[in-house]
Design a binder for this molecule. Sequence first.
Ligand code: ME8
Length: 509
Amino acid sequence: MEKYYISTAIAYTSGKPHIGNTYEIILADAIARFKRLQGYDVYFQTGTDEHGEKIELKAKDQGKTPKEFVDEVASEIKRIWDTMNTSYDRFVRTTDEIHEKQVQKIFKKMYDKGDIYLDEYKGLYCTPCESFWTESQLVDGKCPDCGREVSEKSEQAYFFRLSKYQDRLEKFLTENPNFLQPDSRRNEMLNNFIKPGLQDLCVSRTSFDWGIPVDFDPKHVVYVWLDALTNYITNIGYDVDNPSEEFKKYWPADLHLIGKDIVRFHSIYWPAFLWSLDIELPKQIFGHPWLLTNNDKIGKSRGNAIYADDLAEQYGVDAVRYYVLHEIPFANDGNLTYELLEERYNSDLANILGNLVNRTISMNKKYFDNIVSNSDVTDTVDEDLINTVMGAKGKVEKCMDDLRVADAIDEVFNIFKRCNKYIDETTPWILAKEENKDRLKKVIYNLLESIRIGAVLLHSFLPTTSEEIFRQLNTTETSYDSINEFGKLKVGDTLNDPKPLFIRIEKEK
Ligand code: ME8
């Protein structure tokens, strides 16, 4: 069985993750579930990034030790990932012993190799971003990432010879356009960062303690990005001397899914670190766009943070999954407001999908006493329905291969839309009135079977809804292969009673 290793960024344990951070794990989950459906041996890793000065300061503010603080936040993050029904295989933490030990060994190996050396560091430092900047990188004298003040800082520090890898990076990114997607991000990295010249990177700190100590010089702690990035290998058993079978099986990762703001770390630092260790690079990095709320950047300090668990409580987990997966296109930021979410909920989930399933199963109950029935009485409209339904698998697969998840969901919903049109075309209630039972059997069968196929393709995105449809259809024909054929629902089987999937939200709520 072919393996597929997908990872998300590991979230900072600086506070509760907002809906934007949560979007990433849901997106990764949809991809991971789809790969599993296709039969891949999937390994899906997520987790938390727990070291650094910012976290040390936050813990102090709350009168907690850093470890107490990160334990609380990490479990909150995990709780939200679980609430959103994400199917990760491992939740890793940078405070895990296995990780800390390997980071020390990695640092030592790079040092022994001459890729890390000790020197004096003077620079402009942004504390919230844990980043040193050069004068020319600043925007209006402020941190180019977050726009906050930077301050002069000088310390003895270890440096990583990033400059040594500049030519190799430029060549690699130029020759492997698929490595970093979307293309706009690759151009940005090449033109704004690599071509102007890479400086060696400061990879240790002495100004605070909350980090992994450099074992041969323990007044230094390892730079948080060297610590964090290596999570992708340490947790699957990378070892400098003796990598595990699991590592050999799953590395290189097939996809690092990350947000657009941390593409630089993943497409410049990370490849250089891996080359330094003589390890293959991941196959692909995808820097997804961001979710905005009310067309504004989400920030806890701005007071506009929306949280996934609050939304899920109000609208249901699958409605939130649907919204974020559907509304954030491949390369542009998406927007979330309560009004838009309710609009989508009503039009797509309650009307297009919910109504269709409810109407169809109700008609089958009314006309055939819940028993799956069929006949030979076909019509030309059937062909178009069946073609649309049977064509969907290939289309969804193509979209997913290109990581166009929003488009993939659209393709699934095209099945349901086509079914609704088929109801208008065939008017089953008139067939019933005319006592055209055989044609009615065929029409309802075609609808039920189309819904089954749609539900198989829906599963990666809205797992609970899809499983509820299978339950009502009383079917075990839910595999990816089962949709290569139209006609798997067994005549004579009894369906379960209809039950609405999504209750319409009325305006005044
Ligand atoms: O960056 N919409 O952690 P983090 C979509 N610890 N995605 C968003 C977003 C938004 N509004 N805001 C943030 C870190 N993200 C590091 C990662 S990986 C070795 C270390 C994304 O908690 C962000 O781009 O700040 C990142 O991919 C993820 O959420 C975690 O962000």
